[in-house]
Design a protein around this ligand. Structure first.
Ligand SMILES: [Fe+2]
Ligand SMILES: [Fe+2]
Length: 265
């Protein structure tokens, strides 16, 4: 079910946290977001095939999915955009994705399906129009993918931050709103240490967003951060050592051949 994050004067932001139909529980919880302005809609990080059917049904409550203006992919991971072939078939949408991935995504779509429908986002990002509003596409490269962008909505002052700011929570808790980062860090730390590339990228990103007015940060996994927790997150990530900062020679050793992966225990 969609959770409205903002709804004023024909501008809506809706968060979906519980649409992953994974009976085995092996798939990571993932969020999807919809922004609608004056009847036009953009879907952010719509997810994989598990999410598609329910998300489509949810969209019919708010807008006509067939007329979707854009699908935005923060990067090209399967939990972000594996459902792209379904959205291209069922709607008139175009895909906004980093120029780094624009020529890779056709590999998981039927031949010809993406022709003229992929809008490559330059490395420095840019601005798009939706209905009567504008949305900013912010660079967040290496946080975590090589070509990685985020959506900032100046109307709601929400930053949709993709994998940055993610927390690994059960679906039932992903719609909770976090107001204080302290108790929440236990769900974020391991993820950011491994999936974010380096402190250099974190610091450059923090320097950029400190100047912005952000009331809420909505990641692609786990709970949104609001108010003070947003500022706390920016300062925390600016200091975090992660990714290649933590790699040592011990992480690059030829594995011993006496244990076979996938063998019965
Ligand atoms: Fe990812
Ligand atoms: Fe993700």
């Amino acid at each position: 079910m969609g959770k409205p994050l903002f709804d004023r004067d024909g501008h809506q932001c809706i968060l979906y946290t519980d649409l992953c139909e994974d009976e085995g529980g092996a798939a990571v919880q993932a969020n999807q977001c919809l922004i609608v302005d004056a009847g036009q809609a953009i879907l952010l990080d719509p997810g994989g095939t598990m999410t598609y059917n329910e998300l489509y049904m949810e969209l019919t409550k708010v807008t006509s999915p067939k007329k979707l203006k854009y699908v935005f992919a923060s990067h090209a991971d399967p939990d972000i955009i594996a459902s792209l072939p379904r959205w291209l078939s069922s709607s008139d949408t175009r895909l906004l994705v980093s120029r780094v991935w624009a020529r890779f995504v056709p590999h998981f779509c039927p031949s010809g399906k993406t022709d003229g429908r992929i809008v490559p986002i330059p490395d420095r990002g840019g601005v798009i129009s939706l209905g009567n509003c504008r949305l900013t596409l912010l660079p967040a490269h290496f946080l975590h993918a090589e070509g990685n962008l985020q959506v900032y909505d100046p109307t709601s002052r929400i930053l949709f931050s993709g994998d940055l700011g993610a927390s690994l929570l059960p679906a039932a808790r992903a719609a909770d709103i976090v107001e204080d980062l302290g108790p929440h860090l236990q769900y974020m730390t391991d993820f950011h240490r491994r999936y974010m590339t380096s402190n250099r990228a974190c610091r450059l990103w923090a320097n950029m967003v400190r100047k912005m007015q952000i009331e809420m940060l909505v990641p692609q996994h786990g709970a949104p951060l609001v108010g003070k927790a947003v500022d706390q997150f920016i300062e925390w990530i600016a200091e975090l050592n992660c990714g290649i900062d933590l790699m040592t020679e011990a992480d690059y050793q030829v594995p011993p051949d006496d244990k076979l992966l996938g063998a019965p225990a």
